[in-house]
Design a protein around this ligand. Structure first.
Ligand SMILES: Nc1ncnc2c1ncn2[C@@H]1O[C@H](COP(=O)(O)OP(=O)(O)OP(=O)(O)O)[C@@H](O)[C@H]1O
Ligand SMILES: [Mg+2]
Length: 569
């Protein structure tokens, strides 16, 4: 109650005036009580729901009503420092649509965050810090703003404009807004703590799952697939791919992918030179890309096949011992992955490195066991079998002069010769057992890479490669050989006839072995002179397959050479 009113009461003795005055005061008391009640209600609602958006909106609505303002808004800063949420109240749908962009936190609203104190302004247009309104914004004069903060952390700001009765905001309004901003702070902090706790819990569960699968000795492919899918699930990425280097480390192949466009990325072969994966493979340190799609460090084919904006590329293993690369990214135009998510990717990458190392040791141990077995068999054959055969031969030979029947002597001599022949055969077998299988036939994957290298000179550029399925082990030698012939012919045609600047090769082994070679050149015309192509057709049909050569939809030529694999061994 103000002193002025108190003094005004005393000299007046008229009853009706006194009653009027009392009525006014009573109304004021009731209004204040209603306001306090409403304030309580708004604050209590914070504790009743976990949906942070609903809570924050109800706080802005309460502020607008309690302080009697026309407009209100709340801006919440995200973990990355940008505006994570903006909640306007009082604007119509049409008005919202007309506004070109939300406040970016410069000027006055920025000041609420950098210098977190309540601000009251009678006329925005005349204020020094005001940076003006965005296009399409309705005019606003009076302003009342408060920072949303808990202890030292500022989470955003809550502000009102246009006091309804045309006057400006007063001290009491400010007190109400500050109380509501405090409630919003608690709500936001709670929500963040809750989601952080949940994230931690999910991370612990996922990481335990990966470790137990590693310890139980699941196949490497399965462990890496699990790591890839968990990375996607827990980090908020849209696409995660895991690439492993070829034996000579000149290229990387994407062997696992999860998320949007995973099928498009799977199997891609990237050069180690001129690609971010290659860089990370050789440096062993993580790379953060603001926009994968436009980053010149990334390989052009990778950019084309993977629709990514912000991305991180993480090495599997440390410098000098990198066994592969994990890339996680989000759609173009999205916010980058949160720092906590990047930390998780580092941890997943470390687990993948362990999986690879374990698999390598296991394979080595198995190879060693095989070698040891072969050595033992070879030794036994040499020391026992050959010696015994030799001794038998000697004693038979010694007995020939004693045989009187010429036919019998002949037969024994032939047996001795047969024994010598057998000994020679066994020696060859021993030789075979002792030579290591590593030096054997080159893998189909390596042979495809070899042909791509070989044809790069003729083409003037390297063709892009995508290899899918079980190429090594799933393709019989005759099919493999015919396919390689087809690849060579298709690349030579693209080089000589197409005038192309890009050729994409895809080899896929599933129920069929399918080779697709697409160029962006002139496109094949109806031609009668087909020698190379008819040769390919014959080779395919001999194996029960087919060849099609067509103008590609996007221009250029697409050749598809296909033979069935199912039902063969
Ligand atoms: N990728 C392509 N782009 C444009 N035209 C092509 C392409 N591939 C083939 N052609 C056209 O089809 C014709 C037939 O190709 P084919 O491989 O059968 O014979 P060739 O390449 O001319 O001769 P050869 O293969 O015996 O050296 C080519 O002469 C060329 O005109
Ligand atoms: Mg040809």
């Amino acid at each position: 109650m103000s002193d002025r009113r108190q003094r005004a009461l005393l000299p007046s003795l008229r009853l009706d005036e006194l009653l009027d005055e009392l009525q006014v005061r009573l109304q004021a008391v009731v209004a204040t009580r209603d306001r306090v009640n409403a304030l309580f209600e708004a604050i209590v609602s914070v504790g009743t729901t976990l949906d942070i958006e609903v809570v924050l909106r109800s706080i802005v609505e309460a502020a607008v009503t309690l302080v009697d303002a026309k407009y209100g808004a709340m801006g919440v800063i995200g973990e990355d420092g940008g505006l994570a949420e903006f909640i306007p109240v009082g604007l119509t749908e049409d008005q919202i649509r007309a506004i070109h962009h939300w406040p970016e936190g410069r000027g006055l609203l920025g000041a609420l965050i950098t210098d977190p104190r309540p601000v009251r302004i009678a006329d925005l247009a005349r204020h020094e810090l005001s940076s003006g309104f965005p296009e399409g914004h309705p005019p606003m004069r009076s302003f009342l703003g408060a920072p949303i903060r808990i202890r030292d952390e500022v989470y955003g700001n809550l502000y009102l404009t246009e006091k309804r009765d045309g006057s400006h905001f007063d001290e009491e309004d400010e007190a109400v807004l500050v109380a509501l901003a405090g409630a919003a702070g608690v709500a936001i902090e709670n929500a963040r703590l809750y989601s952080e706790a949940r994230r931690q819990q999910r991370w612990l569960t996922a990481s335990a799952e990966v470790f137990s699968s590693l310890l139980s000795g699941v196949p490497l492919g399965q462990a890496l697939a699990l790591i890839t899918s968990k990375s996607l699930e827990l980090t908020g990425a849209d696409l995660v791919v895991l690439a492993l280097p070829t034996a000579d480390r000149s290229r990387l192949q994407i062997e696992h992918a999860a998320g949007d466009g995973a099928a498009d990325a799977l199997g891609l072969v990237l050069p180690a030179e001129n690609s971010v994966s290659g860089r990370v493979l050789s440096s062993g340190t993580r790379l953060d890309l603001a926009d994968f799609g436009s980053d010149q460090r990334a390989d052009a084919v990778a950019r084309q096949h993977m629709n990514l904006g912000p991305a991180v590329v993480v090495p599997l293993g440390g410098p000098g011992n990198v066994r592969g690369v994990l890339t996680a990214g989000r759609r173009p135009g999205s916010a980058p992955l949160a720092p906590a998510a990047v930390g998780m990717l580092d941890a997943f990458a470390a687990q993948a490195a362990i999986a690879l190392e374990l698999a390598e040791h296991r394979a080595q141990a198995e190879r060693l066991a095989v070698f040891e077995d072969r050595d033992r068999i070879a030794r036994d054959l040499h020391d026992l079998v050959i010696q015994r055969l030799y001794a038998t031969g000697m004693s038979l030979q010694g007995s020939i002069p004693l045989i009187t029947l010429p036919e019998a002597a002949d037969r024994v001599t032939r047996s001795v010769d047969a024994l010598d022949e057998t000994i020679r055969e066994i020696r060859t077998a021993i030789f075979g057992l002792q030579s290591r299988p590593d030096g054997g036939a080159e893998s189909l994957r390596a042979r495809v890479l070899g042909i791509a290298d070989e044809m790069t000179g003729l083409l003037g550029f390297a063709p892009s490669l995508q290899l899918d399925g079980n190429l090594d082990g799933g393709v019989p030698e005759d099919a493999a050989e015919q396919m390689l012939g087809a690849l060579r012919e298709a690349l030579s045609n693209a080089a000589r006839h197409a005038g192309a600047s890009q050729v994409d090769v895809r080899v896929r082994a599933a129920t069929d072995l399918v080779l697709t070679v697409r160029d962006n050149g002139s496109g094949i015309k109806n031609t009668t002179r087909r020698s190379g192509l008819s040769n390919l057709e014959q080779r395919a049909s001999k194996l029960g397959g087919s060849l099609t050569v067509e103008r590609a939809e996007a221009g250029g030529t697409e050749l598809v050479w296909r033979v069935p694999l199912a039902g063969r061994d």
